[in-house]
Design a protein around this ligand. Structure first.
Ligand code: CDP
Length: 249
């Protein structure tokens, strides 16, 4: 499948450094302490935060800090073939790396023996759901008032359009934020999460093959994407809290 033309236009008309359309809303659920609804291209995600609350069962408690439990789940109707409900290898992996990324910015030592539970529900999936999920989780955590060093954010870059000639990989373009066909038929995907104030990397995974040079380009592009998405996260939080702030001035 031809994913990019000679002029550098991608299947959906984007340039190499363009994100899909993103919409973020903070505070959409009433029962959760903090929540977020996020659309990123064709992805639709809800994140809900509960806690800090006493971790149960008690053996899961850490006497010096809170445990962060992120749970990534894909709805059965979120993909083309109905997904069997419940955790699988992939969702366990994404839950684990997301928990670890969030744990690095949450000031967990304020809440010994507590758990902070972050539920990420993918309602509609179209590539890049781990980045969309983590980005939504970060807004939900801020909405819940969980103390954090920074509001984490995630974005991916990747490589598309390479050809194999006589067993050698030729050409290809490093692009921002792979769409569904780009993810399926592309050459590599590099999702990252960062703390945008310092650019500290909280998560970095890679699927496929990149040369060292391409890796550096993709990392740079994903970082730029993260900073754009970070602004949208802040706007979403301000949209919810600005009226209260103005009232108290
Ligand atoms: O979603 P993300 O790119 O973070 O993770 P992935 O494992 O690279 O999955 C890429 C895409 O494959 C997902 O976003 C879904 O659109 C699709 N997928 C699917 O159709 N069925 C699954 N059971 C898992 C993923």
């Amino acid at each position: 499948m031809k994913l990019i033309d000679e002029e550098g236009r991608r299947l959906d008309g984007r340039r190499f450094d363009e994100l899909r359309k993103i919409k973020i809303e903070a505070g959409v659920l009433h029962r959760a302490e903090g929540s977020c609804y996020l659309e990123w291209g064709g992805n639709k995600v809800v994140a809900a935060v509960y806690g800090p609350r006493e971790a149960v069962p008690r053996h899961t408690q850490d006497p010096v800090k809170a445990v962060v439990n992120a749970r990534y789940n894909m709805a059965a109707f979120s993909v083309d073939d109905r997904k069997k409900p419940g955790p699988d290898r992939r969702s366990r992996e994404i839950s684990k790396v997301t928990s670890e990324a969030l744990e690095r910015v949450i000031i967990t030592d304020l809440f010994p023996r507590a758990s902070i539970d972050v539920n990420i529900e993918i309602l509609d999936a179209e590539a890049g759901t781990r980045c969309a999920g983590l980005t939504a989780a970060a807004v939900a955590l801020a909405d819940a008032g969980i103390p954090m060093r920074d509001i984490p954010v995630a974005c991916a870059a990747g490589k598309i359009g390479a050809e194999v000639v006589d067993g050698e990989v030729k050409g290809g373009y490093v692009v921002l934020d792979l769409g569904k066909d780009e993810d399926n038929y592309g050459n590599a995907d590099l999702p990252i999460a960062i703390a945008p104030r310092t650019d500290e990397i909280l998560l970095l995974q890679m699927d496929g093959h990149l040369t060292y040079e391409e890796f550096e380009q993709a990392l740079d592009l994903a970082m730029k994407g993260c900073h754009i998405v970070s602004k949208l996260q802040r706007e979403a939080l301000l949209n919810k809290y600005r009226p209260d702030l103005e009232e108290n001035l």
